[in-house]
Write a protein that binds this ligand. Structure first.
Ligand code: ZN
Length: 79
C-alpha cells in the first residue's frame, strides 16, 4: 500500500496517538498504524479510529500519567 499524500511506502507498526482537548493532552500508546516511510503520515484502520475516539471520550483512569513541561519559544532566554 502507498501513502495517499506522497506515494511513499507504508509500513505496519505501532505509534503513540496524541489528542489535544482544551488544556489536556491525551496520549494513547502502542496504537497499530500504517506509517509512511517518506513523510511520516499515519493511517489508521477504521476500527482503530473508532477505538481511539472511544478511548479519548470515555475518560476512564489512564494507564499512567506524565508531567509535560511547556516552554514558550518567544519567552525563552537563550544567550
Ligand atoms: Zn507519505
Amino acid at each position: 500500500m502507498k501513502c495517499v499524500f506522497c506515494g511513499g511506502t507504508l509500513r505496519s507498526g505501532t505509534v503513540t496517538f496524541t489528542y489535544e482537548a482544551e488544556e489536556v493532552y491525551i496520549l494513547v500508546e502502542h496504537v497499530p498504524a500504517d506509517v509512511c516511510g517518506h513523510c511520516g503520515e499515519r493511517l489508521y484502520a477504521p476500527e482503530v479510529t473508532d477505538a481511539l475516539l472511544e478511548i479519548v471520550h470515555r475518560k476512564t483512569a489512564p494507564t499512567r500519567m506524565l508531567h509535560i513541561p511547556v516552554y514558550d519559544f518567544a519567552q525563552a532566554e537563550i544567550r
